[in-house]
Design a protein around this ligand. Sequence first.
Ligand SMILES: [Zn+2]
Ligand SMILES: [Zn+2]
Length: 293
Amino acid sequence: MTLDLAGLADLHMHSTASDGMLEAEELLARASRAGLRAVSITDHDTVAVHLRELDAGGVEVIPGIELSCDTEWGELHILGYHLDVHHAALLERLEELRQNRVRRLGRMVDRLLQAGVRLDEAFVDDLRGRPGSIGRPHVARELVRIGAVSNFREAFERYLGKDGAAYVPHANGLAPLDAVRLVTASGGVASAAHPAKLVEEAPESFFGELSKAGMRGLETQHPSHSPNQVKNCRRVAIGLGLLETGGSDFHSDADTENGGRHGGVGSTTVSYAVVAQMQGLSGRSSTCAGHAS
Ligand SMILES: [Zn+2]
Ligand SMILES: [Zn+2]
């Protein structure tokens, strides 16, 4: 029997369960229209979307997540694929991370108010009480909406980015090694998301350590990567024998129009063979995937 490995996969996108603007069903409808064979919805620090029944419309949905981690060279995000989304230790850790995230965003909102930004009371209440995963892009969109800044990029430059007036670093953030172990312990395959900056700035041994801890992939294909950065990331992936993953990191149509860090659903893809290889490395059997071919 030969394995059918035809088709493309977009392995990085966000739904309303984290800071994306579209419901999972709309993401899948777009994936279907784009002719994709598989997608992974990789919300920040939550697998909520994979805990419910999804009408995938013939597109294979790979359970996924994106964990935010801190390193001394800046943030690193760890993607997890094919993980057991009901794993108790995973869900427990994610709830802790959600609470950290709410606290951090609350402090950033306080700083914005102190800086004289006139945020809507309703927005602030909603942010503090929100059950799902929240992040800086939620605040950035609101800053654009109320006219405090003219675009997403300016929101990060002036307020929310590392050098911004309202920036608060992650409290009790997850270390990348812990994130890799968390994904692996729940049967998943870990891949470092959009790693170009860290490939440039961290010592060479950094990704080797992650690989030793069980990381199996590197997201070489990402809309924020320049051709030269793709080349540098590929060199690291090949050197460590890591799978090359990739995806659009879709968040919203507005971000996509501004160009840069995020693309539209299906705009960045990898071969379906990567999905199959990750499946082989994961602790899960293939029976759980909603395969519709
Ligand atoms: Zn990311
Ligand atoms: Zn992302």
